[in-house]
Design a protein around this ligand. Structure first.
Ligand SMILES: Cc1cc2nc3c(=O)[nH]c(=O)nc-3n(C[C@H](O)[C@H](O)[C@H](O)COP(=O)(O)OP(=O)(O)OC[C@H]3O[C@@H](n4cnc5c(N)ncnc54)[C@H](O)[C@@H]3O)c2cc1C
Length: 454
């Protein structure tokens, strides 16, 4: 009998610790999208709990890092302008909220760190670009010939290449780390919770509730939670997490590896620059450079930081340099190959040439590198939509943000607002809001799923 009792105790202690607590809304994923959603829900007076599998110090994920390009103009699709401009306004409101009774210690410049932002492209796009700049009321300058380049920006524009700068307030760089930190502070200030080291292992729907099991990576304990509503923003892990309740995401969203090289300009060379040259370099970043007119030649680049010798460390990557992933757990550690390093050096030197700055290959040193991941849909337009079940029935208590691609950061606050509105069945008056919901919401998802079945 004694042995039987001991065996029973032993068996019970192997069971996952279950401790069902009930919540109004659970948000999964504390990257930019989940954090912005949890904040917008908090702002709309919802009770929210946010689960993030990483610690409070974020070490990987699509939102990892301190710099992304944020700009209002985008010649082909006004949605991106709406996403960015609305995010700027939402961030101003966020800062005001954080500063309430707090000595104004928060500043919008903690989030939007530099201005202006440059775009280099082929002259043939000039008319379309110009029309869009006017349409979107961008504060800009544009040089579309060698002589205009010299006069306006003192640069050496190659034949058939234009340089456009956007001066809108808060266009330039956005800092995802600062954005996430402030969002988590604001969520807590509203009385809601951010739970780090909580990995969601499973999601099940039983009657009116979603049952979640989480694993605490510190205590190794499993716990169960239930909630009436869910927002899922697990970035590249979304399809895996939703495989039982929304298996179509595996086909609709494709995680891709994107590499980043960090190139330091030799301090001696940099310090031999005149003050005017230093200023020119500073103002030349961040940049999206598509001057070759090819996908392979296109890159984004920015000064990530100045090192202890005062030398700039330039980050460069390419949205079209992406590749398929074999293993999501290990991809983050894949080093750059020779070809990728050469591509990064070549692109940076090509831009230095355009800027007319005396930098040679031997002045550039690779000081850091890493692989990152973002998820893409076929159209490269994200999905912010209700989940649908096997019979294509809409589940309006479950919102998914997926496929945020290389444009998510600048619009994070707006994607979060859309997710919160979907949960609360609210809408915005702005006509572009409707356009965005149409492009990313339930009708789009249903149409994508139908296309899969063809
Ligand atoms: C190299 C690169 C350059 C980019 N450049 C730009 C740019 O210039 N401009 C721009 O606007 N955008 C840019 N982006 C895009 C932007 O950064 C992404 O769209 C955005 O960060 C996506 O955020 P996310 O919240 O969807 O994903 P993530 O940041 O990946 O967030 C998902 C979170 O969910 C957590 N998670 C996953 N599974 C679970 C689970 N089971 N339980 C609990 N938590 C879980 C993860 O740990 C992670 O924190 C770039 C992205 C990359 C990678």
């Amino acid at each position: 009998m004694k042995y039987l009792i001991l065996l029973l105790i032993g068996l019970l202690s192997c069971q996952p610790a279950t401790n069902d607590t009930t919540h109004e809304i659970i948000v999964i994923g504390g990257g930019l999208m989940g954090s912005a959603s949890a904040w917008q829900l908090s702002k709309q007076a919802n009770q929210v709990i946010l689960f993030e599998k990483q610690d409070s110090i974020y070490t990987h994920g699509s939102s990892f890092g301190e710099a992304r390009i944020a700009r209002s103009n985008n010649r082909n699709n006004d949605i991106w302008s709406y996403m960015h401009n609305t995010s700027v306004n939402e961030n101003i409101a966020l800062i005001d909220f954080l500063n309430e009774n707090e000595n104004n210690s928060h500043s919008i410049e903690d989030i939007y760190t530099t201005s202006p932002v440059s775009y280099v492209g082929k002259s043939q796009i000039h008319d379309k670009l110009y029309a869009s700049l006017i349409r979107q009321k961008v504060d800009f300058k544009i040089a579309n010939s060698k002589s205009e380049g010299k006069i306006l920006f003192d640069v050496n524009l190659p034949e058939d290449v234009l340089l456009q700068k956007e001066y809108n307030k808060h266009s330039g760089l956005i800092n995802p780390h600062a954005q996430i930190t402030k969002l988590h502070q604001a969520i807590s200030k509203k009385g809601n919770q951010v739970k780090y080291n909580h990995k969601v292992l499973s999601i099940e729907k039983k009657e009116d509730f979603y049952h979640l099991t989480t694993l605490d990576s510190k205590t190794k304990k499993q716990r169960s939670y239930q909630a009436k509503k869910i927002v899922c923003a697990a970035g590249p892990y979304t399809s895996e997490l939703l495989q039982d309740i929304a298996p179509y995401f595996k086909k609709l969203v494709n995680p891709q590896r994107v590499f980043l090289a960090f190139l330091r300009i030799n301090p001696e060379s940099y310090h031999s620059f005149t003050e005017v040259e230093k200023e020119k370099l500073n103002k030349a970043y961040p940049v999206i450079n598509s001057s070759t007119g090819t996908k392979d030649g296109s890159f984004f680049s920015m000064i990530e930081y100045f090192d202890q010798d005062g030398a700039p460390v330039i980050k460069i990557g390419g949205h079209f340099q992406r590749s398929d992933i074999e293993d999501l757990e290990t991809v983050w550690k894949i080093p750059l190959n020779e070809k990728e390093i050469k591509w990064s050096m070549d692109g940076t030197l090509r831009y230095m040439d355009l800027l007319n700055l005396p930098i040679l290959r031997e002045d550039l040193e690779l000081v850091d590198q890493y692989s990152c991941v973002y998820s893409l849909t076929d159209s490269e337009i994200p999905i912010v939509s209700y989940r649908v079940d096997d019979e294509l029935k809409i589940d309006s208590n479950f919102v998914v943000l997926a496929g945020l691609s290389g444009v998510g950061a600048k619009g994070a606050m707006t994607y979060g607002m859309m997710a919160a509105n979907l949960i609360n069945k609210a809408v915005e008056k702005d006509s572009m809001y409707k356009v965005s919901i149409e492009a990313m919401g339930i009708n789009r998802l249903l149409s994508d799923i139908k296309d899969l079945k063809k």
